[in-house]
Design a protein around this ligand. Structure first.
Ligand code: NDP
Ligand code: NHF
Length: 387
């Protein structure tokens, strides 16, 4: 039984994330299913109201997907009394003002990361949420990925013994845009437009590390702009002013305060010789695991081979074959959709969402610290954020 409908103003749906992950893979399938099942057995339905600056593009999406309402007037829709939730996947630089306005108007918010361009603004958003009491959710999609769900399960089951380290490899080749078009928007490579690898990915790495291992205490990073000139959507050359790679080392406090060292390479200037575009290896005294977006393999202490270094001989072990796949044992749906469903239940119940603006502020803090570490050539400790 459907008890009510949540009207969701969706801003940024003409962009990659807004259209594909949030509209196509999350809100439309939820609407198609008649809504989200609540704890009391009833359902809450969703109705998107599309928002964007280009009328033609927004109208086209609305018509294509049978969405009755759309607008180019962002402020009016945020102010409207009949809107329950404001969603934002615009370019990062537009987010702070829109989220602030929405929360001041008593709307629940669900938003892409990073929540703001500066830590100060990210903290202000988190404070505003506590003042207004609305439900706020920030995309933490990586924690819902099948690979990372399995990895987290291994941690919870004590598979690793004492966890020692994590190494992560993220990236792929993003074409420069001259001979072959770039597969990411050009603003991603301009610092003045909110672009950059560190800004983009360290806010993910913060919640991934927190969600799998523990809180991040310090960072040492070296960023780079490996490709200084790129070509934009109109085929015009521009200077890449933002970093396109970040090499980071993070000190983590594990669940019992133990030190865990994480090291993650992030690059848009690397060619993939991996099974997936991101992979994390966790090593512990009793076992190790490697998780990608979907797959996770593990090796126990008792199954660990004993390689002996001898470069004069061909490799002695089929190392990749010595790992066992970790089963899902569950139906793992699209991560964005799963988080939307959880957020909508929280919004209806009027309670906090577990991945909120405070967690997002810690992500922005890590990104800022990573950039500062690289610029100043030093290790930076992160102070706890209090609201
Ligand atoms: N969680 C995740 O996995 C990912 C998250 N992201 C985050 O999502 C956000 C969007 O990224 P992405 O979808 O890749 O970017 P896109 O460039 O594809 O989309 C940007 C959106 O913002 C709108 N926009 C851009 N400039 C303005 C402006 N001046 N005024 C109003 N609207 C504007 C665009 O509208 P128009 O179409 O009219 O230009 C479009 O709807 C970013 O904050 C990014 O960090 C990005 C990738 C992955
Ligand atoms: O999560 C993400 C996946 O990859 C992209 C980078 O290539 C990011 O933009 C993004 O935030």
């Amino acid at each position: 039984m459907t008890t009510r409908t949540l009207r969701i103003a969706m801003n940024g749906i003409t962009g990659r994330m807004g259209y594909r992950q949030h509209l196509l893979r999350s809100i439309l399938p939820i609407r198609e299913a008649g809504g989200v099942l609540l704890e009391d057995g009833t359902k809450v339905q969703v109705e998107p109201i599309l928002v964007g600056r280009r009328a033609d593009a927004v109208r086209e999406i609305a018509e294509k997907h049978d969405i009755a309402e759309w607008t180019t007037d962002q402020d009016a829709v945020i102010d409207a009394d009949d809107i329950d939730v404001y969603f934002d996947s615009q370019v990062t630089s537009r987010r702070y003002a829109a989220l602030t306005r929405a929360m001041r108007n008593g709307k629940h918010i669900f938003t892409e990361k990073p929540t703001a361009e500066t830590l100060e603004e990210a903290i202000q958003l988190a404070r505003l949420r506590t003042e207004t009491g609305v439900t706020a959710g920030v995309v933490h999609d990586k924690l819902y990925l099948p690979g990372l769900v399995k990895l987290r399960r291994l941690v919870d089951e004590g598979f690793f013994g004492r966890i020692l380290s994590l190494r992560g490899e993220f990236g792929y080749w993003v074409f420069e845009g001259d001979h072959q078009s770039a597969q990411r928007p050009s603003w991603n490579y301009r610092k003045e437009d909110g672009g950059g690898m560190t800004t983009d990915m360290f806010c993910h790495w913060n919640y991934v590390l927190e969600g799998i291992l523990g809180s991040v205490k310090s960072v040492v990073a070296r960023t780079a702009t490996h490709i200084p000139t790129r070509w934009d959507e109109r085929g015009e050359a521009y200077d890449a002013t933002a970093d396109d790679a970040a090499y980071g080392i993070f000190e983590i406090a594990g669940p019992n305060g133990e030190e865990i060292i994480a090291q993650i390479n992030s690059s848009w200037a690397v060619r993939v010789y991996r099974d997936e575009l991101v992979e994390f290896q966790v090593d512990g005294t009793h076992g190790s695991a490697v998780a990608g977006l979907r797959k996770c393999v593990a090796q126990q202490r008792a199954h660990t081979p004993k390689p002996v270094w001898n470069p004069d001989l061909p490799v002695t072990e089929p190392f990749r074959d010595q790992w066992l796949e970790v089963p899902a044992n569950d139906d793992l749906d699209n991560g964005f959709k799963l988080q939307w469903e959880e957020f909508l239940r929280d919004a209806v119940a009027g309670r906090e969402h577990r991945y909120d603006l405070l967690s997002a502020a810690r992500g922005v803090q890590l990104a800022e610290a990573g950039l500062a570490s690289s610029a100043e050539g030093r290790r930076i400790e992160l102070s706890p954020i209090t609201l």
